[in-house]
Design a protein around this ligand. Structure first.
Ligand code: AMP
Length: 598
């Protein structure tokens, strides 16, 4: 009998692997409470000797009742002193019995700085496990994805060191730089158009350029496209819009543009890039058409879906993605954070509005703080995964192997259904986020403080800020914050010079959190902030409109952020002039305190 061709071996083992992954999901969802009890007990056994648990009088007990009785539900601010000690070099087992391997810098901020999430080496394995479930799930709905490549735009961000010498960087940077990603064995499901070297390139322009070039060279092989968040994918398309002529030149000649100077990237690219004049002409023809509608399906004709997160604030990008992709399915595969990777979407081809994530009960011990219809926390007692009720909203609370105990993540989730006995959650919102373009999360208090400070620039002109509101304008690429200002100016002849209003724009940006400033200054994922001055009386009209829609006149407060299209239209119709930030706000990697020490 002739030897079976290699391909079949791959097919066979892939089928087996897929089956195993799906069986794993079946297993852990059939009795999630039992899994959760085991996870909690594992975490508490492993960390029995840590200072934090002892401080709260837990001395070796691993049962749920004692844990819940003794350990408080906390926020980042409660943990900050311990985090600071670890960051400063205290290696004693404060939170985890395993050494803290690094800090993951969350896009959630505290005091304007990224939150630092402790992590341990073993967490990388848990993250890899969650990733390994995604394609077996997807394969049930779109078979044959192993026959081609994924064009994913993935990036690393800069990292810094804490005073005690621990690396601090975003979770994805940590993952892409780990051997779990770099040294992954060949797997048709992690067969990307971008060579690792292009993903790991620190220079964001060179990284994007080379990843796009590879995607274009391999256009016929691409079966799925994506990025982590919708905003990132749209940025890649925008990049193509700006640079297609240069990219086509490289494809025509088979040589790299001299702007690509990173020798490692250059070498990796030469493995992919071959002179291909017909392809260059084809791409040129498509890109020079006046409409970019359906550009994804035109250039990458075998694409089956766009893999990007469009839940939460990212839903604002759905119309743009639909336009570029001619309505291809938008697939949200997973829900994760720096604290912990949470869950997967078991029905990935569902409508974006119906996406629900099944939390994988082995990832961490999950609890749920009920949230009322008015967004307020109801009774303060968190319930377990097995106790949540269909249709109810909850704030997610996690206890992780890395040393977070009953930690409030800040995400509000709604129970949308069940997989076996495990609840599935739709992502409702991140608490207190007023504005977001990319991974930035600006809350009302922060915005208010920034605006108050900036409005001091108006004092010499006898102008005062009467009212303001804001919105995240995603009609521009990248999107940007827009602030509507109504001013009162003493004496009609006085006017505020445009340069002063531009100063106000940059002053607001300088006061915003470091994730915002990094997006503006380094990643260029957020455009310059804009102030739109509106006619006197605009905010009265806004109130009249809200009251006409049923708001109570006694309770009416100016919303500090607006999303409802008719309100934005009303405000826009009353704009008298607009001003943009003339430069990028200052940003340096790391935390303010650490940088001050240098
Ligand atoms: P970070 O701490 O920077 O890793 O960001 C994690 C946060 O991003 C989560 O807590 C959520 O608020 C948000 N996020 C992550 N995945 C999703 C998703 N699939 N849908 C909506 N928001 C998400």
């Amino acid at each position: 009998m002739p030897e079976a061709p290699n391909n079949n071996i791959v097919d066979y083992s892939l089928t087996e692997k897929n089956k195993k992954s799906l069986q794993f999901i079946e297993d852990v969802t059939s009795d999630p409470d039992e899994v959760q009890l085991r996870v909690l007990s594992d975490i508490l056994t492993q960390n029995a000797a840590v200072e934090y648990l002892h401080r709260h009088s837990l001395s070796g007990q691993t049962d749920r009742e004692t844990f819940k009785k003794l350990i408080p539900v906390i926020t980042y601010e409660d943990l900050q002193p311990d985090i600071t000690r670890i960051a400063n070099g205290d290696k004693s087992p404060i939170l985890s019995s395993h050494p803290i391997s690094e800090f993951l810098t969350s896009s959630g901020t505290s005091g304007g700085e990224r939150k630092l999430m402790p992590t341990i080496e073993a967490e990388l394995g848990r993250r890899s496990l969650l990733y390994s479930l995604l394609m077996p799930v997807m394969n049930q709905f779109v078979p044959g994805l192993d026959k081609g490549k994924g064009m994913y735009f993935l990036f690393v961000k800069s990292e810094s060191k804490t005073p005690g010498g621990l690396v601090a960087r975003p979770v994805l940077t940590s993952y892409y730089k780990s051997n779990h990603f770099k040294e992954r064995p060949y797997d048709p499901y992690t067969n990307y158009t971008s060579p690792n070297e292009t993903i790991l390139c620190q220079d964001s322009f060179q990284s994007m350029y080379s990843q796009m070039l590879c995607g274009l060279c391999l256009n016929q092989e691409v079966l799925r496209v994506g990025a982590v968040f919708a905003s990132g994918f749209i940025r890649a398309i925008r990049f193509l819009e700006k640079h297609w002529a240069l990219l086509c030149e490289d494809i025509r000649t088979g040589t790299m543009n001299p702007m690509i100077t990173d020798p490692v990237v250059k070498e990796a690219m030469l493995r992919v890039l071959k002179p291909n004049a017909p392809l260059a002409e084809f791409i040129e023809r498509e890109c020079s058409k006046s409409s970019w509608q359906g550009i994804i399906t035109r250039i990458w004709p075998n694409t089956k879906y766009v893999d990007v997160i469009v839940t939460g604030t990212m839903s604002q990008y759905i119309p743009t993605l639909d336009y570029y992709s001619n309505g291809l399915p938008l697939v949200c595969t997973m829900y994760a954070s720096s604290e912990c990777y949470f869950g997967v979407n078991l029905n990935p081809l569902c409508k974006s509005s119906e996406v629900a994530y099944t939390l994988i009960p082995t990832m961490a011990y999950f609890e749920f703080l009920p949230v009322g219809a008015d967004g307020q926390d109801q009774e303060r007692k968190p319930v377990d995964l097995s106790e949540v009720k269909l249709g109810q909203d909850y704030e997610l609370v996690v206890t992780t192997y890395a040393g977070l105990y009953r930690y409030r993540v800040g995400d509000v989730l709604r129970v949308a259904g069940f997989k076996n006995k495990a609840p599935q959650f739709s992502f409702i919102c991140r608490k207190n986020v007023a504005l977001s373009i990319d991974s930035d999360k600006t809350d009302e208090v922060e915005l208010h403080q920034a605006i108050e400070k900036a409005s001091n620039h108006l004092v010499p002109f006898e102008a005062t800020l009467i009212e303001y509101t804001s919105f995240a304008d995603t009609t521009t690429i990248p999107g940007h914050y827009v602030i509507f200002w109504e001013l009162s100016v003493k004496g009609s002849s006085t006017h505020v010079p445009p340069s002063v209003l531009e100063d106000c724009c940059i002053a607001i940006e300088e006061s915003l959190n470091s994730v915002y400033r990094q997006g503006r200054a380094s990643d260029k994922s957020i455009g310059p902030l804009e102030i739109r001055l509106v006619e006197p009386g605009t905010f009265d009209k806004l109130m009249d409109y809200a009251i006409s829609l049923g708001a109570s006149i006694n309770q009416y407060k100016t919303p500090r952020c607006v999303k409802f299209a008719p309100i934005i239209e009303l405000l826009n119709s009353l704009v008298v002039s607009n001003y943009f930030s003339p430069k990028c706000p200052k940003w340096v990697p790391g935390h303010k305190q650490w940088n001050n020490m240098n």
